[in-house]
Ligand binder design. Structure first.
Ligand code: ATP
Ligand code: CA
Ligand code: CA
Length: 182
């Protein structure tokens, strides 16, 4: 599948949530996401614009949702459109061991609280990251042959309806965190 996603920095999440409600977006749930990014022994994913990630999301006091994700390089200029393959895994420890035995190395971790809304066929998230602030992402996941430009236009139309017309961000959370350190 292809992930088509546009992200914008927002200053006042409360206000944006009110606007989402007025628009008719439905609140789904809130997740605390802990992401571990890996780098390959022979490739720098920062250079190839790919990503390999294990995501851990607490479901309750004892259980976690655990997802392994591959992301391909960005396919267009304005959005963060890319191939995305996700698979549920049963053990983060064992998956990490497999990757490390093959020479993959932990590159970074990213933590955030993600509030998830749905609107038509889109997923809208409000992500709060320590040190970075709050961002809104609007995403559609589509088949390989979809018309990406049209989907980007539709996503921009939703941002417009929410009165968000600037502060768009194409840089990943991981890179933003790295910039923030410097
Ligand atoms: P998702 O939309 O899948 O929930 P997210 O919103 O948490 O992910 P994004 O910033 O949208 O995070 O995407 C993760 C980004 O991290 C990707 O753009 C990827 O290219 C980038 N990335 C992965 N590994 C590295 C690395 N080693 N160095 C720099 N950037 C990386
Ligand atoms: Ca994203
Ligand atoms: Ca996404």
């Amino acid at each position: 599948m292809i992930e088509v996603e546009i992200k914008a920095k927002i200053e006042n999440p409360k206000y944006e949530i009110e606007k989402l409600d007025k628009l008719g977006a439905k609140y789904s749930h809130t997740e605390r996401q802990h992401d571990i990014y890996f780098n390959a022994p022979d490739k720098d994913y920062k250079k190839t614009d790919e990503a390999l990630r294990i995501r851990k999301i607490p479901k309750n006091d004892t259980e976690f949702e655990k997802i392994l994700t591959y992301k391909g390089p960005k396919l267009n200029d304005i959005s963060k459109t890319r191939k995305e393959i996700e698979v549920e895994i049963s053990s983060i420890t064992k998956m990490t061991e497999i990757l490390e035995n093959l020479g993959f190395k932990k590159a970074a971790t990213v933590d955030k609280i993600r509030r998830i809304f749905t609107y038509e066929n889109y997923t809208i998230t409000i992500d709060k990251l320590e040190k970075l602030g709050t961002y809104m992402e609007i995403e559609d996941v589509v088949k390989e042959d979809a018309n990406i430009d049209e989907i980007c236009d539709n996503i921009m139309e939703i941002f417009k309806k929410l009165d968000i017309t600037d502060n768009f961000e194409r840089t990943s959370y991981l890179e933003l965190l790295e910039e923030n350190k410097e």
